[in-house]
Design a protein around this ligand. Structure first.
Ligand code: GH3
Ligand code: MG
Ligand code: MG
Ligand code: MG
Length: 308
């Protein structure tokens, strides 16, 4: 262990430093509380051994300062050394942030035992912190994954539904318009039939990436279902229409062959756009239904287009 040893008495420091090095620990010495503070910050010791009675900042004040300077989830053991150990001293030492009290003159056997006890706790703490950090990272990862579509790597239906509820509420309170684009790939069943399901998956990934890139200004672009996509837009239907045209163009520009399509010989998409100002009389499902009706109309009007 790296031990910060604070004592105004040079002879006391020498003796304890000698004990510490015999026990295989590294001692860094400070002759006052004021000298100890910057050392503590620089060295990041594993443990602090401090005298109580010192000119200037005494051991208790030092302990309080150290605890204040520590980030919330760190804990470096502080052990007081004093020839004066009354019950109140021990109590005061603990209140100042200390963990134990050792009587001077120091017994090397007791000192060694206390250091072993403290290092047992710090080791356990370190392991717990590592486990907790690993769990937090895993949790963040799970959270991210639970809102992402596994095939296309864009937002999934769950994330879309949650976002729609959020935006609906906010727009309703602010009296602002909210719009939705629903898109569906044209003749995708035929695509699967002629190119195979794996190629179909690849097509979905390409279309999703093209849509996401073309609709970066949207609130969220998500895979809504099999080969259907939903794009939520903060603004009126006219804004969403412009974005839908951009999405349409982006999919066309993929130039992905689709020999069995009845529209062109490349993969295309149909889009339906709807907008509203959310109110008490309306529900999010009404916006979805309106966009779905527009999409149905786009399909009926020959596909490869967007209808508002
Ligand atoms: P329309 O132009 O009217 O939309 O015709 P369509 O063939 O695209 O419509 P339909 O809903 O009949 O077919 C959708 C197809 O999408 C059927 C299904 O096999 C396919 N599909 C849905 N999810 C996936 C997927 O994850 N991967 C692949 N490869 N195909 C999928
Ligand atoms: Mg002293
Ligand atoms: Mg469909
Ligand atoms: Mg389709």
């Amino acid at each position: 262990m790296k031990v910060l040893l604070v004592d105004d008495s040079r002879s006391a420091r020498r003796l304890i430093a000698h004990y510490l090095s015999e026990m295989g620990h590294e001692a860094v010495e400070a002759d006052s509380g004021d000298a100890a503070l910057p050392l503590y910050a620089d060295l990041e010791p594993d443990l602090v051994l401090t005298d109580v009675d010192m000119p200037g900042m005494n051991g208790y004040a030092l302990a309080r300062q150290l605890r204040l300077s520590d980030p919330p989830d760190t804990w470096i053991p502080i052990i007081f050394l004093s020839s004066r150990i009354r019950d109140e001293d021990v109590s005061q030492g603990v209140d100042a942030g200390g963990d134990d009290y050792l009587a001077k003159p120091i017994s090397p056997v007791v000192l060694n035992a206390k250091l072993r006890a403290m290092s047992r706790i710090t080791d356990m703490r370190r392991r717990l912190m590592e486990t907790s950090q690993a769990l937090q990272a895993a949790n963040r990862n799970l959270l991210r994954m639970s809102s992402m579509d596994g095939l296309t790597n864009i937002a999934n239906r769950r994330a879309f539904d949650a976002r729609l509820r959020e935006r609906w509420q906010t727009c309703r309170e602010a009296g602002e318009p909210l719009s939705l684009i629903l898109g569906d790939i044209d003749y995708f069943k035929r695509y699967n039939d002629s190119y195979g399901h794996a190629e179909g998956d690849d097509c979905l990934r390409d279309v999703a990436a093209a849509l996401a890139a073309a609709t970066e200004s949207a609130d969220i672009t998500a895979r809504f279902g099999g080969e259907e996509f939903a794009i939520l837009v903060n603004g009126p239907a006219t804004t969403a229409s412009t974005l839908a045209e951009a999405a349409l163009t982006a999919v066309r520009k993929l130039n992905r062959p689709h020999a069995q399509s009845q529209v062109t010989d490349h993969v295309t998409m149909s889009l339906g756009v709807a907008g509203c100002v959310p109110s008490r009389e309306l529900r999010p499902i009404d916006l979805i239904q309106a966009a779905d009706e527009a999409l149905y109309a786009a399909k009926g009007a020959g596909r490869n287009q967007s209808i508002t």
